[in-house]
Ligand binder design. Structure first.
Ligand code: UDX
Length: 437
């Protein structure tokens, strides 16, 4: 099939490459000429494992091109809208200006019988509005809402082999022409058994908000338990293992620590609350305010723990922060708990050095006031305390016996509860986790 993908960020670039991998002829369109140039040269403008290899592989087939010219969308049977919906500055609501601009720019090129598919995470009610906009230009065109559930760091795999497909179409009609077109787009994963659900627009939009709210709630739940464990001298990691063995609960997303960040969970729960408020259903989601508060408290808690371990004062303490990205295998620093903690420590008088294998240039753009050191050994040198805040594999593999000779004071704070406390203590370190005795 001929497919266009509008927006080539984390979502769109991966989607375009994966659709070409499935055998379609794809054009990726973005307003940013730099992004288009990079992608055209098979270079990913951000770090995503496996993406560059996939770009090279599919570009060699001639099935994938990138351009800034929206006119290139003309003639595609399916047009995916994959632009971002960040949080509005100073507000909880999502900023829909990119989605609106992309749809407005695309609309004149959409032909009769063609399908526009929204993948961006949007407040419920957006799909209906965009469908009207498209149909003002071309009454014979269709719009479907097909939320994306990919995780950064696993984006290629999640796109090629998703857990499920959700198609939002008017009236949840199985015989809507959009269903057949989307089935054709996703024929390969569907044939290997990926389930698909056909829903109305509002349900399809809400599926994404609900899924991310549930995941955020699960993390904040275990972080709340972590606070209680700290107070009671219990171990939240064992608690998570034990409750996670109940398959109604499940062990995934029960890792307590400094909490969630990134470009999705924090802003999605906030915009969901804002939208529920507009709909008069704000009471239904007041618990999400608590989820957000628990999450933000984790960052303050880490700062307090650092002060405690440094004998009550941060002034002049040399703190090494391992990790700047919001999670490992990503260079994304949007709402990164690690950087927000590093910035708070520095504000309170600590001398902070941040290291990360992938995200330092992004980090320096967001927090220019922090000191960055790409070399791990140099970053550790003479530290009074080491904070592990993003669980990159190389930090998990650090040998406490080696690192002890590099630092000034052997104090380690494990913000992700991923190190083995007994191993670090046996090597002479003061170890503190979050919610671990
Ligand atoms: C998330 C959803 O998982 C994905 O389905 C959706 O499409 C987009 O939002 P992503 O933001 O890429 O994906 O990252 P995710 O793996 O969900 O992690 C989010 C944050 O939660 C990270 O900061 C991570 O460190 C944190 N986290 C995750 C925890 O603190 N504890 C956990 O147990 C799991």
């Amino acid at each position: 099939m001929k497919i266009s993908v509008i927006g080539c960020g984390y979502l769109g670039a991966v989607h375009a490459a994966c659709m070409a991998k499935l055998g379609h002829e794809v054009v990726g369109i973005d307003v940013d000429p730099h992004k288009v140039a990079e992608l055209s040269a098979a270079r990913a403008p951000f770090f995503e494992p496996g993406l560059e290899e996939l770009l090279s592989e599919v570009q060699a087939t001639g099935r994938l091109t990138f351009t800034t010219d929206m006119a290139a969308a003309a003639g595609s049977e399916v047009h995916f809208i994959c632009v971002g919906t960040p949080q509005k500055k100073g507000e909880k609501a999502a900023d829909l200006s990119y989605v609106d601009a992309a749809t407005n720019a695309l609309a004149p090129y959409v032909g009769a019988g063609e399908l526009v598919v929204g993948k961006s995470t949007v407040p419920v009610g957006t799909a209906e509005r965009l469908a009207e906009l498209i149909q003002e230009h071309q009454p014979e065109a269709h719009l479907a809402w097909n939320p994306e559930f990919l995780r950064e760091g696993h984006a290629v795999k999640d796109t090629l082999t998703p857990d499920r497909f959700v198609y939002g179409v008017p009236g949840a009609a199985e015989d809507h022409p959009a269903v057949e077109l989307l089935d054709e787009v996703y024929a390969t994963p569907l044939s290997s058994g990926t389930p698909r659900l056909v829903a109305d627009y509002a349900t399809a939009e809400l599926v994404k908000s609900a899924a991310n709210s549930f995941l955020a709630t699960k993390i904040s739940f275990i972080n709340a338990m972590s606070e209680v464990c700290d107070a009671a001298g219990a171990d939240v990691t064992l608690l998570a293992d034990a409750i996670g063995m109940d398959d109604r609960i499940g062990r995934k997303f029960l890792n307590a620590g400094i909490g969630f960040g990134g470009g999705c969970l924090p802003k999605d729960i906030r915009s969901f609350m804002a939208r529920a408020g507009e709909l008069g259903a704000d009471q239904a989601l007041t618990f999400l305010r608590e989820v957000d508060d628990i999450n933000m408290r984790r960052r303050t808690r880490m700062v307090e723990l650092t002060r405690e371990i440094c004998n009550g004062t941060l002034l002049g303490q040399r703190i090494t922060v391992l990790g700047a990205a919001f999670k490992p295998n990503s260079d994304d620093v949007r709402d990164s708990p690690a950087l927000s903690i590093a910035a708070q420590l520095q504000l309170q008088g600590a001398v902070v050095t941040v290291t990360d294998p992938q995200s330092l240039s992004n980090a320096a753009r967001r927090f220019p006031e922090l000191n960055y050191e790409p070399d791990l050994t140099a970053a550790l040198l003479n530290a009074d305390a080491v904070l592990l805040l993003t669980e990159w594999q190389q930090y998990l593999e650090l040998d406490p016996h080696t690192v002890i000779s590099q630092v000034r004071s052997p104090r380690i704070l494990d913000g992700r509860n991923v190190l083995e406390p007994s191993k670090w203590r046996a090597a002479g370190w003061t170890y503190r986790g979050m919610g671990r005795p």
